[in-house]
Ligand binder design. Structure first.
Ligand code: GBH
Length: 518
């Protein structure tokens, strides 16, 4: 029986739709991100004071994988015009960068303003404006002035006022040039990794206690900065302000296990909900499962009070609704294998409070132990955010992949391509309101405790050369095409040469069906 041309056409259409590239919606924006301490260098010149990462990397260099520090980093304090050239080459809509608090306010408080700090960011903002690149500016990306850490850092409630003052100065000085603000980058990392563990500076290992003191202060500080902007600056500056929350998304290792499914939800509430629930739900406050679990654990430890203090009615109201968008930094998914105390959990600790055992045995590898490639987890997280937080408008404020620094970075391209494809899926299939995407990161930079041993950049940076030359990787070309066409690039040169690519498979499928039907 001869195969009808209609069948062939249908098959072709089917095959094509599986490889067809949907465009990102009208108005969807693309950008890349960096953070001050990771790129600027110039750590002790032009009036900048020491921050907690300077202190950690200088006093405990063994804590940084390759013993490096951010003293020079990408030297962006001197070479920011090169950064702007790269951004212009990529054709991004926006550039996400952060302000160095210690460069602007050397004591951390309002008593001394450093004119060189103000001048530096004004110069950068002017150069971006000349090239039609919108700034998306983070007030705090982990580099706390050491002077404020000496007063207790984020465990000190006074920080609510110091942060508000710092934000006030930034809105006043830069607000006419900046329409999009992020208060905090990744509150979980700030509180749990830095005050509940030693994974980030200042490495105050107050597990199970400091992490919760920090979240109390940080959420209040965020809310104060939001209200200040909303009431005083928004009417004249007309911008937007949000928070960027990081998730490691948790899924059950066995999707059939009701216990694991329930525990994954608990873990997501502890990780993402810790900071999202107080801001993005109509109830406000911490997730109830978190309040209950920490109270129960605290009682079991013989404590008279829970280690997690709840917000009172005033603060619940004050914190609720204080973000114009939900900013999501997403990299990876981990699995939950069952109930109990995770073998790596300290006692007491945030991880022990969850009451679940986690594993990273999932997905493809990167250069970072914690970063597994699980694109479907990203889609699940986005759908969960839509249903948990009343369908908020979302910006992906970070997403990226690490390798050891190769120019033909197929692994990174595949990561971007697969994760971006999931964004298209949730936009078109589930109606999730994702409005923009930010790749981490413009160029290889000081990757915190990993130093320069893990590379996330679209540009390669040679850190042994004093001129810190930047070289576009293949992923930079990929991203440039994405920005230009607003759809996933199809050019085969971006993908690791492989015989069984979709196009080939479709072609053979058609041939086989034809042959069989003849
Ligand atoms: C982002 O955080 C940061 O915002 C950005 O500055 C950073 O460069 C980028 O990631 C790449 O790392 O268990 O000790 O191995 C992502 C959050 C950072 C959370 C690494 C998990 C694991 C530390 N992740 N962290 S460790």
């Amino acid at each position: 029986m001869a195969m009808s041309s209609l069948t062939i056409l249908t098959l072709l259409a089917l095959c094509h739709s599986s490889i067809a590239f949907r465009k990102f919606p009208e108005g969807f924006t693309f950008g890349v991100a960096t953070a001050a301490h990771q790129i600027e260098g110039a750590w002790n010149v032009s009036g900048k004071s020491e921050n907690v990462w300077d202190r950690l990397s200088h006093s405990r260099p063994e804590m940084i994988a390759d013993g490096t520090n951010g003293d020079i980093a990408c030297d962006s304090y001197n070479r920011y015009m090169e950064d702007v050239e790269e951004l212009t080459y990529l054709g991004v809509d926006f550039y996400r960068f952060s302000l160095s608090w210690a460069r602007i306010l050397p004591t951390g408080r309002l008593d001394v303003v450093n004119p060189d700090g103000i001048r530096y960011y004004n110069d950068l903002l002017d150069a971006l404006a000349e090239n039609n690149i919108e700034p998306l500016v983070t007030l705090f990306h982990w580099d706390l002035p050491q002077a404020l850490q000496d007063l207790g850092g984020w465990a000190n409630p006074k920080m609510i006022h110091y942060f508000r003052d710092y934000a006030d100065l930034c809105f006043k000085e830069f607000g006419t040039k900046i329409k999009s603000w992020i208060t905090f980058n990744e509150p979980y990392e700030i509180c749990e990794d830095a005050y509940g563990d030693e994974k980030k500076a200042p490495a105050v290992d107050s597990h199970g206690v400091g992490c919760y003191l920090c979240s109390d202060t940080l959420l209040k500080a965020h809310a104060e900065a939001y209200h200040l902007y909303n009431e005083t600056y928004r009417p004249v500056q007309n911008g937007r302000i949000m928070i960027s929350i990081n998730s490691i998304w948790y899924e059950p290792s066995d999707p059939e296990s009701a216990e694991q499914v329930a525990l994954a939800e608990v873990a997501n509430q502890f990780k993402f909900g810790w900071f999202a629930h107080p801001i993005f739900t109509s109830d406000g406050g911490y997730p109830s499962v978190m309040v209950d679990n920490v109270a129960r654990q605290s009682a079991a430890e013989g404590l008279l009070k829970s280690r997690l203090e709840q917000f009172d009615a005033y603060w619940i109201q004050r914190i609720k609704g204080t973000s114009d968008f939900l900013g999501i930094n997403h990299y990876t998914t981990h699995l939950i294998t069952g109930a109990g105390v995770d073998p790596i959990a300290k006692s007491p600790s945030w991880l022990k409070d969850i009451g679940a055992v986690t594993t990273m045995e999932v997905g493809g590898d990167s250069a970072s132990e914690w970063l597994r490639v699980v694109p479907t987890g990203f889609a699940n997280l986005l759908r969960w955010c839509k249903s948990s937080y009343n369908d908020p408008p979302i910006y992906i404020t970070e997403n990226g992949f690490s390798d050891y620094g190769t120019l033909l970075d197929y692994g990174r391209i595949k990561y971007f391509n697969d994760y971006l494809n999931e964004i298209l899926n949730v936009i078109y299939d589930d109606g999730v309101k994702v409005l923009g995407y930010t790749a981490w990161t413009l160029m290889d930079n000081f990757e915190w405790r990993a130093g320069f041993s893990e590379r996330f950049g679209l540009y390669y940076v040679n850190i042994t050369d004093p001129a810190r030359p930047r070289k576009p990787k293949l992923s930079a070309e990929y991203f440039k095409e994405l920005c230009a066409t607003r759809e996933l690039p199809k050019d085969p040169r971006f993908f690791e040469p492989s015989f069984f690519r979709t196009e080939c498979r479709c072609f053979f499928l058609i041939l086989i069906v034809w042959y069989v039907s003849e």
